[in-house]
Design a protein around this ligand. Structure first.
Ligand SMILES: CC(C)(COP(=O)(O)OP(=O)(O)OC[C@H]1O[C@@H](n2cnc3c(N)ncnc32)[C@H](O)[C@@H]1OP(=O)(O)O)[C@@H](O)C(=O)NCCC(=O)NCCS
Length: 156
């Protein structure tokens, strides 16, 4: 597996992977409005806007095919993390997260990372060290769980 920074050339593949994964694992329990809102937010044009406004995406590839994607907003908000279902449970999400987190903490003094987790992924984020800070929230039919990863203070 290879991890690299995504470019605008990857947008179609990234959006397709997110859409497949969201349909299978995330949006079934949403209202009709929530399903529509969520799918709209992972369309190609929206991912392009995110990239152009500074979100940083990395992809995991196997045999030159994208099998996972992670997107960060402002270097502290884990915004998107999706792995192709054929490759679940093999450490790809963990590798993407470790890769990106290491790059960020090497460059700047980050005290915490936040994520709005799907119900499906809470256990994974807990395995990463995140804790839930509020009960499940609902906005426009989209369900999510605010979580935070507080990093140990350096030099203490
Ligand atoms: C959640 C998801 C990204 C995990 O990808 P993955 O590559 O299978 O995860 P990994 O194999 O790297 O697992 C990392 C850790 O999380 C744990 N984990 C992974 N998925 C989990 C789940 N659904 N529930 C509980 N724990 C989970 C693993 O056991 C592993 O823990 P360990 O390091 O202690 O062994 C993948 O299932 C997915 O794309 N789901 C649908 C999209 C989604 O919900 N994304 C999150 C949006 S906020």
């Amino acid at each position: 597996m290879n991890i690299r920074r995504a470019t605008t050339k990857d947008i179609a593949d990234i959006s397709a992977l997110m859409t497949r994964s969201a349909k299978e694992f995330i949006i079934n329990e949403f209202s009709a409005e929530g399903r529509k809102v969520f799918l709209n937010l992972i369309r190609k044009n929206v991912i392009r806007d995110y990239m152009e406004t500074g979100f940083v995406y990395h992809v995991a590839e196997i045999d030159d095919r994208i099998v996972g994607v992670i997107g960060m907003k402002n270097n502290n908000h884990l915004y998107h993390l999706f792995v192709d279902s054929l490759h679940h449970g093999r450490g790809i999400a963990g590798s993407l997260w470790q890769y990106v987190m290491k790059k960020i903490v090497e460059k700047q003094d980050v005290k915490e990372f936040i994520v709005n987790s799907s119900n499906y992924a809470i256990g994974m984020y807990e395995a990463f060290g995140f804790v839930q800070t509020e009960p499940m929230q609902e906005k426009n039919g989209v369900l999510y769980n605010p979580m935070v990863l507080r990093l140990a203070e350096k030099n203490t």
